[in-house]
Design a protein around this ligand. Structure first.
Ligand code: MN
Length: 519
């Protein structure tokens, strides 16, 4: 079983106070869970210790690790909130209670879906650390899912794919996402899982030996060209992500070019481009397969150069080239900033660009519900003064820049970032459960224009949480807002001071001007 000293050995430079806190939480949890067993027969403590260990490995700070150790105490033992507050203080209590609240979020299929997501979203938007603990908790539960009674397995695996995987993805936590997906896949889609794994095995069963040889060839070539400090590795595409790609490609596995990917991790952005040149010199690049996610990061902040080559042995290989920093960010996402707190990795772009990319993705945590559109009035509106290659809302950039200039410790850093970020925004819902994010003090007018200008232009009445309210009512986190529209309802000049977003103000002005024109 994972011990306190094993956890401590993964904490980066712990102070005596950090060590004391983690040891204390360990002992406390051990006592609280004494006698409890998991379905696997192991002591319950093995679960929370493993969660804490994984958090430490991800680079999370001592308070998050302590909360990881205590995360099941309130729910599963006689320990009360008051006990945790007394022993560990407000902050750790806040994290433990956050995780406890999240366990009431259950996925029971389509009709309960929106409701669950809503709760999850609102409950977690308070602190990203709660979400990280919960993701790691779920990861360990998925790793041990085989021991759970069969009738529960399917629900848990489904919930993992429907709720946890998208959240991990939005937070840029690629490693957890892939593992969760591949653990849940065989439970949720057993037939497809078999089909995909058989296809993959046929296709690359032998290729693994070849690729090891190709890796040596590449290493030699990179060294000859004078690149001395680099790491190479390779990965096989995850089965669940392959499943989705195969569906798009009519199950033709020959049309999937990233089954095997070789990774080159170098020290600087310049070296990334140099390495790409060396690769293209060694192996024939496939046309139109080069993607520069360094200069054009993916929406969740992912950065790398991707290129697909055909090696001399005829193997199709995707090459992913990135810096060490980009690599950590791709693996751990939001959690990686604890590792790179000072942001001094040579050659890497300033992390403000990473934040600028991460933060807006937090607003779209459920955009994967493709059939339901989400509207982000502020995103659309505030980009107007920003150069086209940086379509990032200005206020988000400011947050990113502000924090990268400070040398806050990792944990404080994440905390402060969120405090600011979440204290300036509220999240409200349409009656269908779509999330709309608005600035604090926004009114139903802002909401209506965020939905659509036609809705804004014809507001006849507003209900918030099923109660009729005035147009200037301030909206709050979690409100469900219903706008009644009528064809003959139109904006009046009184609306202008009620609107808080520039989008709404602009639309009202233009509607007012149009009214003058037509009368
Ligand atoms: Mn747990």
């Amino acid at each position: 079983m994972t011990t306190a000293s094993k956890i401590l050995s993964s904490v980066h430079n712990p102070t005596d106070a950090d060590k004391h806190l983690i040891e204390k939480a360990f002992t406390y949890a051990e006592k609280a869970h004494a006698g409890h067993k998991r379905y696997s027969g192991e002591p319950y403590m093995s679960h929370v210790a493993q969660v804490a260990y994984m958090l430490a490995q991800m680079g999370m700070g001592p308070r998050t690790i302590a909360a990881g150790l205590l995360h099941d105490t309130i729910e599963d033992t006689p320990v009360t909130s008051e006990d945790i507050r007394k022993e560990f203080g407000e902050e750790i209590l806040f994290l433990v209670e956050g995780v406890t609240k999240l366990s009431s979020v259950r996925y029971y299929g389509a009709d309960r879906h929106n409701e669950s997501l809503r709760k999850l979203f609102v409950a977690t938007s308070q602190d990203i650390r709660v979400l990280i603990i919960k993701l790691v908790d779920r990861l360990h539960n998925m790793q041990t899912l085989e021991f759970i009674p069969q009738e529960k397995q399917l629900r848990i695996a489904r919930e993992t794919l429907e709720i946890y995987v998208p959240v991990a993805h939005r937070l840029g936590m690629g490693r957890i996402r892939k593992e969760l997906e591949d653990l849940a896949f065989p439970y949720v889609y057993p037939d497809e899982y078999k089909k995909v794994s058989d296809l993959l095995e046929q296709k690359i069963g032998k290729a693994k030996e070849t690729i090891e040889k190709e890796r040596k060839t590449l290493q030699k070539k990179l060294a000859e060209a004078g690149l001395t400090d680099f790491k190479t590795s390779y990965r096989v595409k995850g089965l669940y992500s392959l499943f989705h790609k195969l569906k798009r490609k009519e199950w033709n596995i020959d049309a999937v070019y990233d089954l095997l990917a070789m990774r080159i991790v170098v020290n600087s952005v310049e070296d990334c481009y140099r390495a790409m040149g060396i690769v293209h010199d060694l192996w024939r690049p496939m046309p139109q397969r080069m993607k520069d996610y360094i200069n054009l990061p993916k929406p969740n902040g992912y950065q790398s150069i991707h290129t697909t080559v055909i090696t001399n042995t005829g193997t199709i290989l995707e090459i992913q080239i990135r810096t060490e920093k980009m690599h950590h960010e791709a693996e751990y996402g939001v959690a990686s900033h604890i590792i790179y707190k000072a942001d001094t990795i040579p050659g890497g772009k300033s992390s403000s660009s990473w934040f600028a990319n991460l933060i807006p993705t937090l607003f779209r945590p459920f955009a994967w519900r493709a059939q339901q559109k989400q509207i982000h009035a502020e995103d659309l509106d505030r980009t107007k003064d920003i150069p086209p290659n940086q379509k990032i809302p200005h206020w988000i950039q400011q947050i990113g820049e502000m924090y990268t200039q400070e040398k806050a410790s990792g944990e404080e850093f994440v905390q402060d970032m969120q405090k600011d970020f979440f204290s300036n925004r509220i999240f409200v819902f349409t009656p269908n459960g779509d999330v709309v994010d608005l600035p604090v003090a926004a009114t139903p007018i802002d909401f209506a224009y965020a939905i659509h200008s036609e809705v804004g232009d014809h507001i006849a009445g507003v209900k918030v949480n099923n109660k009729q309210v005035q147009l200037d009512t301030e909206l709050h986190n979690g409100d469900i807002v219903y706008i009644e529209t009528k064809k003959n309802a139109h904006p009046t000049p009184k609306w202008l001071p009620m609107a808080k977003t520039s989008l709404a103000k602009r639309r009202i002005r233009s509607a007012l001007a149009n009214q003058k024109d037509t009368t």
